[in-house]
Design a binder for this molecule. Structure first.
Ligand SMILES: [Zn+2]
Length: 186
């Protein structure tokens, strides 16, 4: 019997992968580590990419350029600006929208890249645009934001409901709270 195929990922899970890749591909003051094929492949595996995950230095260069473009969606102030930015990026994807099961190896899922074997940079832009578009459509709010910490520029995905978040992580929220407390006492 063939192994059971995985359930479709939630749009937010695919958007979380986009955010994790943008953060891994950007040089951050807190990590100060240049992205490498090794570190980016680790993020892809963490988010369900099946082995072999093979990336070249050229793939990383292309993915970094895409990450900078996708960051603009997270930098948008409101849903209208996020939609306008996404519409611009959608025009850069090869399209048209198609379904693939990778010859029966995966569940059917949508693709906006030119082929199932598209280069990593093209795949990153197309799959991210798709996930962020569905998320914006579902929630009618920006898909995410940029960490409010002055020393961190990680992006994050907005939660489905509740108060909008401001920081990429508990770590950043705590560090900023401590810094504010110190400033108040000084
Ligand atoms: Zn942060």
């Amino acid at each position: 019997m063939p192994p059971p195929k995985p359930q479709p990922p939630k749009p937010s899970a695919t958007a979380e992968r986009t955010a994790a890749l943008i953060n891994a591909l950007s040089v951050n003051a807190l990590s100060a580590e240049d992205p490498t094929p090794h570190t980016v492949a680790a993020v892809l595996r963490e988010h369900g990419e099946a082995d072999p995950v093979e990336l070249s230095a050229h793939d990383i260069t292309e993915m970094r350029a895409v990450a900078e473009m996708l960051r603009e969606v997270f930098a948008a102030d409101d849903v209208d600006a996020a939609a306008a930015t996404l519409n611009h990026l959608l025009r850069l994807t090869p399209g048209p929208l198609r379904l693939s099961s990778h010859d029966g190896l995966t569940i059917w899922h949508p693709h906006l890249d030119s082929t199932d074997d598209a280069p990593w940079g093209e795949w990153f832009l197309a799959s991210s645009c798709l996930a962020l578009t569905v998320l914006l459509w579902n929630r009618q709010r920006p898909p995410g934001g940029i960490c409010a910490s002055s020393t961190c520029w990680n992006v994050y995905v907005n939660q489905g409901s509740g108060l909008p978040r401001r920081y990429c992580s508990r770590r950043c929220a705590t560090r900023e709270r401590v810094a504010t407390h110190r400033r108040t006492r000084a």
